[in-house]
Write a protein of this length. Structure first.
Length: 192
């Protein structure tokens, strides 16, 4: 039986293709699941029209992807991150961070799963990255990771104070974090 596939079926063919399949396979599986329809003169003409529309749509998407890739290709995406000693980052820069930075700086939207970093980013510096948009469209660009403008403790670099911005009032110099000092104050205020 000749059928026109309405969706891509693994092992059979792509959407819009006219295929000869077993009668039972067509009647019991493909047609009831709306994966195919019987090939008649009218449905063949309809399939050809749909195939042309699909080709135009894919061509437009490909042109949009090429335009996005040309905006990104060869550019430098700058990311600011908190750093510690020896320019090591607190954490790392991920593909999601790169995608967010590209959106803010270049005005293009990239799915984080399409960005591939050449190496893990754990230090400041410049790194190579690529964005694979599919259909053979790839954009290569650079990611520059620089320290934040603020100091190591979140204060201003120009007017850095002796005490870190995140330290508690009562626990300064004791090596306690803000949550530990708050917990101790609550215990003292509410003895059980």
């Amino acid at each position: 039986m000749k059928v026109i596939l309405t969706q891509s079926v693994p092992g059979v063919g792509e959407a819009g293709v006219i295929k000869e399949v077993a009668d039972g396979y067509a009647r019991n599986y493909l047609i009831p699941k709306k994966l195919a329809m019987p090939a008649t003169r009218g449905s063949i003409k309809q399939a050809e029209t749909q195939a042309e529309a699909l080709a135009r749509k894919e061509n437009k998407q490909r042109l949009d992807l090429q335009k996005t890739a040309s905006v990104l290709d060869g550019k430098l995406v700058k990311i600011r991150a908190r750093t510690g000693s020896e320019n090591r980052l607190y954490g790392s820069v991920t593909a999601a961070d790169v995608a967010d930075a590209a959106t803010k700086q270049l005005g293009i939207t990239i799915d984080r799963r399409k960005i591939e970093l050449a190496e893990a980013i754990h230090r400041t510096g410049t790194y190579a990255a690529t964005a694979d948009f599919g259909s053979g469209i790839v954009a290569s660009f650079q990611v520059e990771v620089a320290p934040e403008a603020s100091g190591a403790f979140g204060g201003n670099v120009a007017g850095a104070s002796e005490e870190p911005a995140g330290s508690p009032q009562g626990g300064a110099g004791t090596g306690q974090s803000a949550t530990e000092a708050t917990a101790e104050q609550e215990v003292e205020a509410n003895p059980t």
